[in-house]
Design a protein around this ligand. Structure first.
Ligand code: SAM
Length: 265
């Protein structure tokens, strides 16, 4: 990857994206994508959902504001021979016409909106009446949101936001976000993906190098003499959260998979 435009393009997010592929499969299954569906993958990253939906015959657009990740997505699509439209844009002002999608999916994407209400309004705007909307979001208190708490002592404060990202991983809060915009929640389920590591240091290093907002602070924290402490804190966190096996440890990440329908106004 080169020339990142946001911290999402710093570090090695595509490695994490590979581990998240099973969530894309679950989301595309939940959305029941069939040939001819107009599909939008919001915050597509390296294109996991977009690629699967296109392989199932969807007419797919992937949107993300990080051009470096979109380039990875595009290379993957070229390698598999599927046609996908890639758009560089903000999920809070989607570069798409109203009612232009039969399926709207976002896997760990809209949850990172700065303004949750605007993001929900945009989901609803691009969804045609009757469209299926499927969202995957980390559950409150699960590993990645809890890691954010550990890191907050080291990192600059996030941009002003209408709430923690994991608000999207709570069915009650999610209902409150979606319903005012004509999106009726029809199903929710909690699942987990499990990442295997050789040690807590291995896990901490993976979590760091796939998190651009952490990597981009490394020079500053190193010059302040705080980088090693951050890494130590993360190792301790992993030790608390991981399940030890005889020769490795497993770190499980819990997420909410939510399906909604765009009601007609
Ligand atoms: C955790 S990654 C998920 C990527 C992909 N959906 C996946 O499952 O691997 C979050 C993605 O959201 C994108 N993103 C965050 N805020 C965004 C915004 N305001 N507009 C567009 N994309 C955004 C990032 O660039 C990144 O690709």
């Amino acid at each position: 990857m080169n020339s990142p435009g946001t911290t999402w393009g710093v570090g090695e997010y595509p490695l994490m994206g590979r581990f998240l592929e099973p969530v894309a499969v679950a989301a595309v299954d939940a959305a029941a994508v069939v040939r001819g569906d107009r599909v939008v993958d919001i915050a597509t990253g390296t294109g996991n959902v977009a690629l699967l939906a296109a392989e199932r015959g969807g007419r797919v657009v992937g949107v993300d504001f990080e051009a470096a990740l979109l380039r990875v997505a595009e290379e993957r699509a070229d390698a598999t021979g599927v046609e996908i439209g890639w758009l560089c844009g903000d999920l809070e002002a989607l570069p798409l016409p109203g009612q232009s999608a039969d399926v709207v999916v976002s896997v760990f994407g809209v949850m990172y909106a700065t303004d949750h209400g605007i993001a929900a309004r945009e989901l609803a705007r691009v969804a045609a009446p009757g469209a299926r909307v499927v969202l995957a979001s980390w559950v409150p208190g699960s590993v990645l949101p809890a890691m954010g708490q550990i890191l907050s002592g080291y990192l600059p404060p996030p941009p002003a936001s209408s709430g923690p990202p994991s608000r999207w991983g709570d069915p009650v809060a999610l209902t409150g976000l979606l319903e005012p915009h004509g999106l009726r929640l029809t199903a929710t389920s909690t699942s987990r993906i499990t990442l295997p590591f050789t040690s807590s240091e291995d896990a901490a290093d993976f979590l760091i190098r796939t998190a651009g907002h952490v990597v981009s602070e490394q020079d500053r924290l190193t010059s302040e003499g705080r980088w090693d402490a951050l890494r130590q804190d993360l190792c301790g966190f992993v030790e608390q959260r991981a399940e030890s096996r005889s020769d490795h440890l497993n770190l499980s990440l819990d997420y909410l998979l939510a399906s909604a329908i765009r009601t007609s106004d």
